[in-house]
Design a protein around this ligand. Structure first.
Ligand code: ARG
Length: 456
């Protein structure tokens, strides 16, 4: 493609390090869509004759069909997807194929292709995120009143409901969707026509190609157009945060499915066995979601590192932008699908969760609140009094409710029989009616609101 200036071909190792066709063939559909938009515009602007443009468009459609049918031969010597497509086009169309690359460079070409690919991926991920949210909210609606221990420091803190816990992830995923949607808005400008870096002297219509390819407008600065990979970095950032959320949930599934917790059970469809220990049921899918998060985060750090020292405009370093993004967004897609599968599959054990919710003096805060409300005690003092009551129960090895009224009164004589009413875990969660709190009525309302928003 640049033979004029060169007498000899590249060294074998030069070809190997330079070629991107092994991975950028993924951009074939986007590359051809970009070329079709470009050549149609060139014809409308009178830069290329209608007959040539028609032949090129026909040829491109044939190349596309060959790639889809798997009959296309990709060549490493032709370096990348852009030159592979164009070279085959020349075989089909003849010398007129050479007019396609007028007023364009591989620099703006790859920038368009990659934006289109990331945009498609974001659209698909947004649907998957909504699907997982729907699965979670549906289960949360069922489990709005199912009591479980809430943790801080992974120590029993206060009772919450299983539905409330699941809805926490619906909120996180809502922010993830917001980040992807926001990244998509900034991504949706078309760099085509920036050419190598300076724009072109041909009378092109960048508004038209932008519109054909579904972009909101053309990019405004030709240097920035070919040098920018923010759209990839933003998609990776959103992906890294989303993967981190899934990883935290995966970690909880790993904990909850242990015999020690026993809060949920995954069916055979989402469990694996051990080749040596017959009793084992391992939550491999959850562990892999947790593990794969490393790759997603790594891709973000990788691309930030590629970009950080590059002078304007394009440098070949930027060819290193693709593999990490392909891998990260596909990995996130797989993780979302696996998590949705597990959420649909899992069976909560309400009895075990409730028993655990009552353990560890989890309603001590409720007793302290009772002292504040009924005896008008300052909270700090109520905290201290309750602490002494917990110490008494702990010394006896019994739950708070198992202490007698006389026991409670030995610490604070004004405590009455009605204090026992707040010591049950169900009463505890029902009382948390503040906005965003764990009361079953709240959880139900939130789950319903989300399901309505998600169209479920
Ligand atoms: N394969 C290249 C990439 O992915 C396409 C752009 C090549 N541009 C160039 N000036 N060599 O970045």
């Amino acid at each position: 493609m640049w033979g004029g200036r060169f007498a000899a071909g590249p060294a074998e190792i030069m070809e190997e390090i330079n070629a991107s066709i092994a991975f950028d063939r993924k951009l074939a559909a986007q590359d051809i869509a970009g070329s079709l938009a470009h050549v149609a515009m060139l014809a409308r602007q009178g830069v290329v004759e209608a007959a040539d443009a028609e032949a090129i468009a026909k040829g491109l459609t044939q190349v596309k069909a060959e790639i889809e049918a798997g009959t296309f031969t990709f060549s490493r010597a032709l370096e990348d997807i852009h030159m592979n497509v164009e070279s085959r086009l020349a075989e089909i169309v003849g010398p007129a194929a050479g007019r396609l690359h007028t007023a364009r460079s591989r620099n703006d070409q790859v920038a368009v292709d990659f934006r289109l690919w990331v945009r498609d991926s974001i659209d698909a991920l947004l649907l998957q995120i909504a699907g997982l949210q729907r699965a979670l909210a549906t289960r949360a609606l069922d489990a709005a009143g199912m009591v479980m221990p809430g943790f801080t420091h992974l120590q029993s803190a206060q009772p919450v409901t299983f539905g409330h816990h699941l809805m926490a992830y619906v909120e996180m995923l809502g922010r993830d969707a917001g980040r992807f949607a926001d990244a998509r808005k900034r991504l949706n400008e078309c760099p085509l026509g920036a050419a190598a870096l300076a724009g072109t002297s041909f009378p092109i219509d960048r508004e038209a190609t932008a519109k054909t390819l579904g972009f909101d407008r053309p990019t405004a600065n030709s240097l920035d157009s070919v040098a920018d990979r923010d759209f990839a970095l933003e998609a990776l950032s959103a992906a890294a945060i989303a993967a981190t959320h899934l990883s935290r949930f995966a970690e909880e599934i790993v904990l909850w499915t242990t015999p020690q917790f026993g809060f949920v059970r995954l069916s055979d469809a989402f469990s694996t066995g051990s080749s040596i220990m017959p009793q084992k049921r391992n939550p491999d899918a959850a562990e892999l979601v947790r593990g794969k998060t490393g790759r997603v985060v790594g891709a973000l750090v990788g691309l930030l590192t590629v970009m950080k020292g590059l002078p304007l405009a394009y440098s070949k370093d930027m060819q290193e932008d693709k593999e990490g993004v392909f891998d990260a967004l596909q990995t996130l897609s797989l993780c979302l699908a696996a998590m949705t599968g597990m959420v649909d599959d899992l069976t909560p054990d309400a009895g075990r969760m409730k028993a655990a919710a009552g353990a560890g003096y989890a309603t001590a805060t409720d007793l302290a609140d009772w002292l504040v409300r009924t005896l008008k005690m300052p909270f700090r003092e109520a905290h201290h009094v309750t602490g002494r009551i917990v110490a008494l129960a702990s010394a006896r090895g019994v739950a708070l409710e198992a202490l007698s009224l006389a026991d409670l009164q030995s610490v604070e004589p004004r405590i009455g029989e009605d204090a026992f009413g707040v010591l049950g875990v169900e009463r505890s969660v029902e009382s948390r009616t503040s906005y965003g709190g764990t009361a079953p009525a709240n959880v139900k309302r939130q789950a319903q609101a989300w399901l309505k928003r998600l169209g479920g």
